[in-house]
Design a protein around this ligand. Structure first.
Ligand SMILES: CC(C)(COP(=O)(O)OP(=O)(O)OC[C@H]1O[C@@H](n2cnc3c(N)ncnc32)[C@H](O)[C@@H]1OP(=O)(O)O)[C@@H](O)C(=O)NCCC(=O)NCCS
Length: 173
């Protein structure tokens, strides 16, 4: 079960009204469409259901006022650490600050739950993701060689970089 702090919906104070919600099973068909458009190895419905069932998991969805799903994030908080597993914005809605808002909100939730440091891995060539995390105060801490499967059959496995934010102070998006 998710913590109460991430179960409450909340208005995002910004020019375009939108709200951030905890993801429920009812959202998964929309989330899966976003997931498939964003990742070459997308999570399945079962993977999301298993994530939603975890005590330490938090999955949030940002919807515009129209109701359209714009971006989502999944992270875990345990042992004083925040681990970000997933973040994506709908392809037509990128570079409008949606992922930055979700990340900022998530860091606040993780801090409220006692996390003092944040961690994640991403593909070393993922410029948008690296830009997003660096803008939020994460730094590259190391490389994991051949961490991700090849994008094409027969291709080379891809390196990951590990990013860390320690201490986990929030930074305004
Ligand atoms: C990475 C991703 C989530 C960013 O989402 P977004 O909503 O476009 O990001 P934002 O608009 O909130 O941008 C926040 C910051 O990220 C950085 N950023 C975003 N897109 C960028 C790009 N194409 N190139 C470089 N930096 C970028 C910028 O620093 C930006 O801040 P700024 O607008 O003040 O310059 C999005 O590109 C995406 O869904 N990618 C596919 C899925 C993915 O790779 N997820 C990350 C896996 S760890």
């Amino acid at each position: 079960m998710q913590a109460a702090s991430s179960r409450e919906t909340s208005e995002v104070p910004d020019r375009e009204p939108r709200r951030i919600y905890p993801i429920t099973e009812a959202d998964l068909s929309e989330i899966l469409a976003l997931e498939r458009s964003a990742f070459s190895s997308p999570w399945t419905k079962d993977a999301f259901l298993q994530e939603l069932a975890r005590e330490d998991a938090h999955c949030l969805l940002l919807r515009r006022k129209s109701g359209d799903p714009s971006a989502y994030i999944c992270f875990r908080v345990f042992m004083g650490e925040m681990h970000i597993l997933r973040i994506a914005t709908a392809p037509g809605l990128r570079q409008r600050g949606f992922a930055g808002l979700l990340l900022h909100r998530s860091i606040g939730i993780a801090r409220d739950l006692g996390a003092t440091a944040g961690f994640l891995e991403t593909f070393s060539g993922n410029r948008p993701a690296l830009g997003l995390y660096e803008a939020a105060g994460f730094s590259v801490a190391g490389t994991r060689k051949a961490y991700y499967p090849a994008e094409q059959p027969g291709g080379l496995r891809r390196d990951a970089v590990t990013l860390v934010k320690n201490p986990l102070h929030p930074r305004e998006p």
